[in-house]
Design a protein around this ligand. Structure first.
Ligand SMILES: Cc1cc2nc3c(=O)[nH]c(=O)nc-3n(C[C@H](O)[C@H](O)[C@H](O)COP(=O)(O)O)c2cc1C
Length: 185
C-alpha cells in the first residue's frame, strides 16, 4: 500500500472480529514503530500487552472502577459487567507507558515522541489488515488500573490501544484541507 493511501485510509476501529491477533506480530510491529524521532533519544516508552486471559486483569480493574462509580446500588453489578465485557471484546490491548521526566520540556518532547510511536504502530498494523483505536479513558490514571497492569511510580499510561481485525470500519471524518490552514510568508 502506498504511504499516502495508508495515511488517508487508516481509521480508528472500535469493533473487532472475534479473532486472535498474533502477539509475535504485535511485537514485531512495535519493534519497527519505535524507529520514531525522539529528541535526546530518551526512548521513554514501554509496552504492556494483554491478550487472551491476560485481558482479564484490565477487565477486572475496569469492572471494579465502574461498579464503584455507579451511583445506583441496584445497577452496580450490571454496569460493572457491561464494562468488563467491553474490555474483553478487544482481542488485544497494548498499554503504552512513558517515563515521566521531571523536566517539562523533556516530558513534552517525550509525549510527542511516544505519540509518533503509537501512530507508526497504527499505520503498520493497518497495513497488515489490523485496526486499533488509541483510548485515553479517564481511568488510565487510576491506581486500580495502574496496579492491575504494573505501571510503576514515575511512569504514566499514554493510552490503551485496542487492537484487532476490524468488524466494521467507521466512515472517515473529513479533514480541513491543509491549503486552508497554511500561512505562506
Ligand atoms: C491522543 C488521542 C486520544 C484518543 N482517545 C480516544 C478515546 O479515548 N476514545 C476514542 O474512541 N477515540 C480516541 N481517539 C481516536 C480519535 O477519536 C480518532 O482518531 C478521531 O475520531 C479521528 O478518526 P480516525 O482516527 O478514524 O481518522 C484518540 C486519538 C488520539 C490522537
Amino acid at each position: 500500500m502506498e504511504l499516502n493511501e495508508l495515511i488517508r485510509g487508516r481509521r480508528s476501529v472500535h469493533v473487532f472480529e472475534d479473532r486472535e491477533v498474533d502477539p509475535q506480530l504485535v511485537s514485531d510491529l512495535l519493534d519497527t514503530a519505535v524507529w520514531a524521532p525522539n529528541h535526546r533519544m530518551t526512548q521513554p516508552w514501554r509496552f504492556i500487552v494483554a491478550a487472551g486471559e491476560g485481558r482479564r486483569k484490565i477487565a477486572d480493574a475496569c469492572r471494579a472502577m465502574n461498579e464503584r462509580w455507579e451511583r445506583d446500588p441496584a445497577k452496580k453489578q450490571e454496569t460493572g459487567q457491561k464494562y468488563y465485557r467491553k474490555i474483553m471484546s478487544n482481542p488485544l490491548i497494548v498499554t503504552v507507558v512513558m517515563k515521566e521526566n521531571p523536566y517539562l520540556q523533556v516530558r513534552e518532547e517525550d509525549y510527542a515522541a511516544t505519540a509518533t510511536v503509537i501512530h507508526n504502530f497504527s499505520l503498520l498494523a493497518w497495513e497488515q489488515g489490523i485496526g486499533m483505536v488509541w483510548e485515553t479513558y479517564e481511568w488510565l490514571h487510576e491506581d486500580v488500573f495502574r496496579e492491575a497492569v504494573g505501571i510503576r511510580p514515575g511512569e504514566r499510561a499514554v493510552g490503551n490501544l485496542h487492537v484487532g481485525y476490524p468488524k466494521a470500519i467507521p466512515k472517515a471524518e473529513l479533514r480541513i484541507p491543509a491549503a486552508q490552514l497554511i500561512t505562506w510568508l
